[in-house]
Design a protein around this ligand. Structure first.
Ligand code: NAD
Length: 488
């Protein structure tokens, strides 16, 4: 099938469909408009849900291995066109081309990992002429709601969970990054029967319509904690199953024995990669006071080399933030630092960024230089909230109990890391951190066989791992007795 990256449609029941109304998003590096995309109506959603419902019986009855093989062939086709997907990803998301390529190509490792897992019937008791079998039955029609920071990876993971487990799905990309999501599902039609994987692009109405829709059995949502609460509230009315992958405020605890330049360079990477727009970026840095000065200098030295610019530019490490709303949000954090204190040791001049964005008649992108704030107030927004942009605080610690308490003193609990040569000490700290993923001497890395999810306000349920697949199933205990015996 031809796949072009110039026209974009919904895909319902295996067919491209258009809408009367269209909209577009912009390239955040240039503010130039990207092509038109559909604005779906309630009727489009009904059509997609009905198609998914019709496809369900056949897909759920398709053997697991066949579903897995279809998925792996689909993934191969996506990765086979990685340059085209990556080019579109740069134009809609803003990230540098090399990282866009990495996101598209990285889908293969993740999904191959997930595809090694299988939920099979399990005999959990066999006695007294009675066998009890634990079964995993597909939930039905899923709704996949995706944010704008990793639109390819996150949509592919949601589709993978759904189709592996025998569910059908209606996908909704973010209105800021609808393009790659629409094309992924267009390509998926070559590998799945009509109606198994559908996609709708829309405006801000579409998400709430999906969470309220009585024909959708589960919502798999990735996005902010604020929206996640609304999603759960809406889903509660129809008792939909939910998986919520939400925001993070990941701490990194640096022990006194680290190789300072090496670790500072790593932390700079994990703070500013994707311009800080990663749920599990390092968002609070706790460095031991005995090395604080040296560490901050090394962090600044590493981060100031990060080239900021158009994702298609040579050697660019950081693209713009994705959209105007996000830009203003990050600026709000900068303004708050000015009010509440802390030493801005790199970047951080809001007036300069505003000027940059407005020069050339507003045609320049949403660029923000990497910004590091040393010793902000513990009560400041930069210590408490998720900026989701390239600004990170560094604070000092002396006492181990105290730093563990401070690291856990947040309503988020997505990830955390501990850095030190004394691995035993680092691990003993790591085991006391309240987060879904905790790393020693690295951050962010993930394997699809390990569950990924947030504690506290960072989420409900998990994606990946066996538990991620179980989240797409009803569990059934099947009691098999060969003959009827009197109970008296
Ligand atoms: P967002 O919550 O604004 O939007 C996410 C998606 O939800 C979009 O598709 C949006 O259109 C849709 N949406 C908005 N309002 C809705 C509603 N009321 N009902 C249903 N859907 C609705 O988030 P964002 O700004 O796109 O993404 C950034 C956030 O996502 C950050 O907080 C980040 O930490 C989080 N995130 C989490 C993970 C994770 O795995 N935990 C991964 C990536 C991003």
């Amino acid at each position: 099938m031809e796949l072009n990256f110039t026209t974009f449609t919904n895909i319902i029941d295996g067919k491209p469909t258009t809408t009367a109304e269209t909209r577009y998003s912009i390239n955040p590096s240039t503010k130039a408009p990207n092509p038109p995309v559909p604005v779906s109506t309630k009727q489009d959603l009904d059509d997609a849900v009905n198609a998914a419902r019709r496809a369900l019986k056949g897909w759920a009855a398709t053997p697991w291995d066949e579903r897995r093989d279809a998925l792996l062939s689909f993934v191969k086709a996506v990765v086979g066109r990685k340059e085209e997907f990556a080019g579109m990803l740069v134009r809609e998301q803003g990230k540098p081309y090399m990282f866009a390529l990495l996101e598209v190509a990285g889908v293969e490792r993740q999904i191959q990992g997930l595809a090694t897992l299988k939920l099979e019937d399990e005999v959990v008791a066999d006695e007294g002429g009675r066998k009890v079998v634990k079964r995993y039955v597909p939930l039905g029609v899923g709704g996949a709601i995706v944010p704008w920071n990793f639109p390819v990876m996150l949509m592919m993971l949601k589709i993978s969970h759904a189709v592996l487990t025998g569910n059908t799905v209606v996908c909704k990309p973010s209105p800021f990054t609808p393009y790659t999501g629409l094309k992924l599902v267009e390509l998926a039609q070559q590998f799945f029967p009509p109606g198994v994987v559908n996609v709708l692009s829309g405006d801000d109405n579409l998400g709430p319509w999906m969470t309220a829709h009585p024909g959708i059995d589960k919502i798999s949502f990735t996005g902010s904690s604020v929206t996640g609460r609304k999603v759960m509230e809406s889903c509660s009315r129809t008792l939909k199953r939910v998986t919520l992958e939400l925001g993070g405020k990941d701490p990194a605890i640096i022990l006194p024995d680290v190789d300072v330049p090496l670790v500072a360079a790593q932390i700079a990477f994990y703070s500013f990669f994707n311009s800080g727009q990663i749920c599990m970026a390092t968002k609070r840095i706790y460095v031991h006071s005995s090395i604080a000065k040296e560490f901050v200098s090394a962090l600044v030295a590493a981060a100031k080399n990060f080239k900021v610019g158009d994702g298609m530019g040579e050697g660019v490490f950081m693209g713009p933030v994705n959209n105007g709303m996000q830009y203003e949000k990050v600026m709000g954090f900068m303004d708050d630092v000015k009010k509440t204190g802390g030493e801005v040791v790199l970047g951080g001049d809001p007036a300069r960024f505003r000027y940059k964005a407005e020069e050339k008649g507003g045609q320049s992108g949403y660029f923000i230089d990497p910004t590091i704030v040393f010793n902000p107030s513990e009560e400041s927004r930069i210590m408490k909230e998720e900026p989701f942009g390239p600004i990170v605080p560094v604070v000092k610690w002396d006492d181990e109990e105290d730093v563990i308490r401070r690291a856990n003193d947040t309503d988020m609990g997505l990830g955390a890391s501990v850095w030190g040569k004394d691995v035993e000490r680092a691990e003993s700290i790591a085991r006391r951190l309240e987060a879904g993923s905790v790393w020693l001497n690295e951050h962010i890395f993930g394997v699809a066989t390990a569950p990924f999810g947030g504690w506290k306000g960072s989420g409900v349920g998990v994606e990946n791992g066996r538990e991620g697949l179980v989240g797409w199933c009803n569990v059934q205990s099947l009691y098999i007795k060969g003959e009827v015996k009197s109970v008296l």
